[in-house]
Write a protein that binds this ligand. Sequence first.
Ligand SMILES: [Zn+2]
Length: 289
Amino acid sequence: MSLFDFRRTGVVGNKSNDRCLKDKKLLVMAVMLIAFGVMLITATLVSCMSPSAAAMARTVGLGIFSHQPIVMLDAGHGGIDGGAESADGVSEKDINLSISMMVKDILAEYDVKVAMTRTEDKGLYTGVSRDGSADAKIKGKRSVRSLKTEDLTARREMADKLMPDAFVSIHLNSYKENRSVFGAQTFYSNGETEEAGNLSRMLAETIQGNLLLKIDNGNQRVALEKSDVLLLKKTAYPAVIVECGFLSNGNEAAQLQTYDYQRKLAEGVAEGIVKFLKLEKKIEVVKDR
Ligand SMILES: [Zn+2]
């Protein structure tokens, strides 16, 4: 017997109408309870998914986490902070910016929002006049070290505020104790949560794998966790630092200054991000004449 049949058979006098009203309320409550149960099971299933499935849900849109993915690119150093230097005095800050801008350009073909921590030769601190120029001046009695700390804190705060789906910082390495050491290497955050840590590792491994595919030079470096730097300490989002090569190695330092080598690195990084976030190419709208 259906619930409607039951209602029809009970329609005699006010008492029956009251009972009918109660039955209706019970029916509505039952439907609401079932709906709540279904929502609860769905939410539990989504939260129990593997990190890769959860990442997919965030970007390909299973409905719950659907949003346009955001990538934050961070060109290391800048302004008064040149970063590592090659034997002939080339500093990493300009190469970092150049590679980061190339990554940005490649990602422009995809349905993704890209944010940059810097787009010019300037640090993220206050109190430096003519920053980025040869006659930059630090106002007041402030050390370069304190400005570097202010700069890194500002980058971290920008990322924490934006909560990107991938935070990728571009740097160059240096190891003067042994100048034969070479090769790009990606480091990842330990994550504020287990999920953020796992996603950081996956992002790093995907980028590292793509870099090795692009640059076939015998580099056998693997992605490693590194949580003793501010940018990678317990992030709530997937975060990595790509050390694109060693400026202390003469051969690699020379290559790092060429457009072709920077482009290969940028392609490796960008393709790693694209694979990790499962990004789709933008659909071009062709207008009728
Ligand atoms: Zn650096």
